[in-house]
Design a protein around this ligand. Structure first.
Ligand code: GTP
Ligand code: MG
Length: 531
């Protein structure tokens, strides 16, 4: 991939029709495989029209005649696009097209230096990949019927849409959307692939449309799904863990995963971003989403944390409300979650956590109070810390999940990268080593991560540099401690945690950086990955 100049970024926002696999199957449309040869002709016809209208190939840098540009176009099944959607957009649904632009463009203007990706004088490499597009003709068929036009017109529209994404057009703001919709309409009208054409006429039109050589070409691949796999039905879906700070959500996630994926602490608001863990059994695939605790936001960071909760509820197949069983009544914040889950029609399961800290009879009045608020699919007393009751909890969850296919590959375990885990482990040590208020105003950014491998490709060491971001100059001496004693202790504890996780010796360098008011600055929050 690297050799051909591809870099993957998060997908831009594709036109996204959210249909669950089950619903897609219910239609009585013939779902035969797409006609491979015809699809190539259609794709060329669309690319020619797109380039004629936008002149994008002329705008591409360098006149080196050896060089040509490609866009990888993958024709995929509903199962495969649902899988890609789930991994890259956290949406468990079939969609029509997903685009991965390789470079930063803004409305047709290249916004980054692509010189490092150009072939050197001696190099044999003569291709640059501009992006990857995944398209699902089965989904396009369903949409073509809904819109009352030909499949060719729908596929053509989707290809133009994703080509525009590849070159930096988007539909996030109203202005972007208007611009993108106008271009789509103009390009397809300029081509003459009208909505009134029947499928046969549209095909004839594309087969006879003049093609022109240009500097960009498709690389088309057809990806089939394993037939046996598609037929195997299991219970699959996503479950969000929601609850007040400190309820033990992340402890449950780690206990189920059998390793630390989310840091935990006795201080509130430990989790700041939704973390995913995929639990696979022979008969089920459960995608767990560990969310930040429900709290009243005091800054932009808090607001962003809370937005993730609503999103998680809406996107999940089941809501798992985690609560500390020592409380006497149902907190107002939990009542709001229960109401939202009911409005969204999501099955609700209650995990009464930390039963190791109370007498069993103490939880009975609490169960009665919760029972008044919802028709629970299950109420399970557990102790996440001691892994007690988790097997019953899993059974209850599997019972309410829809039947379907595996949405993610079996070897997909979590969305946490080693880099993110290092960041979180350093933050965990900061949470435990510093006084109540300070850790909440801190974050950590991994600025360098270099690994060493032996001849058998086994990792034998890593050098990691992290910036501890604080929002006040007065916090710096607190973090450093007298004569640097505290930062040395933090460094030593964090290094041990990272070594346990990465299973190799680590050199860890920590620097304190002051970024005043970072929790209220969009740019800083973006850099730290919260936006
Ligand atoms: N005794 C006991 N302690 C628990 C149990 N589950 C979690 N804890 C402790 O409760 C504290 C909070 O746990 P977390 O898993 O970080 O809680 P959380 O709900 O993820 O918190 P936020 O991320 O802040 O929303 C930690 O100190 C855990 O060790 C349990 O079953 N029993
Ligand atoms: Mg947590």
């Amino acid at each position: 991939m690297k050799g051909s100049g591809t870099r993957k970024t998060m997908p831009s926002q594709p036109k996204n029709v959210e249909i669950r696999p089950e619903e897609a199957e219910k239609t009585d449309l013939p779902i035969e495989p797409v006609d491979v040869d015809y699809f190539r002709i259609l794709a060329d016809c669309i690319l020619t029209a797109f380039l004629r209208y936008t002149g994008m190939d002329v705008a591409l840098p360098t006149a080196d005649p050896r060089l040509h540009y490609v866009i990888n176009l993958y024709v995929v099944t509903p199962e495969r696009i649902a899988e890609i959607n789930a991994i890259h957009r956290q949406v468990n649904a079939i969609t029509d097209v997903i685009t991965f632009p390789a470079f930063q463009w803004e409305e047709g203007r290249l916004c980054e230096d692509i010189t490092p990706w150009l072939p050197s004088a001696k190099s044999e490499i003569s291709r640059i990949t501009l992006g990857e597009i995944f398209i699902c003709p089965e989904q396009a068929k369903i949409q073509a019927v809904e819109y009352g036009h030909s499949l060719t017109r729908e596929l053509g529209f989707l290809l133009i849409h994703s080509l525009l994404h590849t070159f930096g057009y988007d539909h996030i703001s109203l202005h972007d959307t208007e611009m993108m919709e106008r271009l789509q309409a103009e390009i397809i009208n300029d081509l003459g692939l009208g909505r009134e054409l029947s499928e046969e006429e549209a095909r004839r039109f594309c087969l006879t449309a003049p093609l022109k050589a240009h500097r960009i070409a498709w690389e088309v691949s057809f990806i089939e799904q394993d037939q046996n796999e598609t037929e195997k039905k299991i219970k699959s879906g996503s479950v969000c863990l929601i609850g007040r700070p400190n309820a033990g959500k992340s402890t449950i996630l780690n206990a189920l995963a059998g390793q630390v994926l989310a840091i935990t602490s006795y201080k509130a608001q430990t989790t700041r971003r939704t973390i995913r863990y995929v639990h696979n059994t022979p008969t089920a695939q459960i995608i767990f989403l560990d969310t930040p605790g429900i709290h009243r936001p005091e800054n932009m960071l808090g607001e962003l944390m809370q937005t993730q909760l609503n999103e998680a509820i809406v996107r999940s197949d089941c809501v798992l409300l985690v609560t500390d069983c020592r409380q006497k009544s149902v907190p107002p914040a939990e009542r709001i979650v229960i109401k939202l889950a009911k409005e969204e029609g999501k099955p609700l399961i209650l995990a009464l956590n930390k039963v190791d800290l109370v007498e069993k009879t103490v939880v009975l009045p609490l169960i009665a109070a919760y029972n008044e608020l919802a028709d629970w699919a299950g109420i399970v007393p557990i102790s996440a810390l001691h892994s007690d009751g988790l097997d019953i909890l899993l059974e209850e969850i599997i019972r309410v999940l829809p039947e379907g296919r595996r949405l993610l590959p079996d070897d997909y375990f979590t969305d946490q990268t080693e880099r993110e885990l290092v960041r979180e482990l350093v933050r965990e040590v900061l949470l435990t080593e510093l006084d109540q208020e300070v850790p909440h105003s801190l974050d950590v950014m991994v600025s360098a991560f270099t690994e060493r491998f032996d001849s058998a490709d086994k990792r034998i060491g890593a050098k990691i540099s992290c910036d501890i971001i604080c929002d006040r100059e007065s916090h710096r001496p607190i973090i450093l401690g007298r004569k640097g004693k505290r930062i040395r202790k933090i460094g030593s504890l964090a290094r041990q945690r990272c070594e346990d996780m990465l299973e190799c010796p680590i050199y860890l360098d920590l620097q304190v950086k002051v970024q005043p008011g970072w929790r209220n600055k969009r740019g800083d929050l973006q850099e730290l990955g919260y936006v």
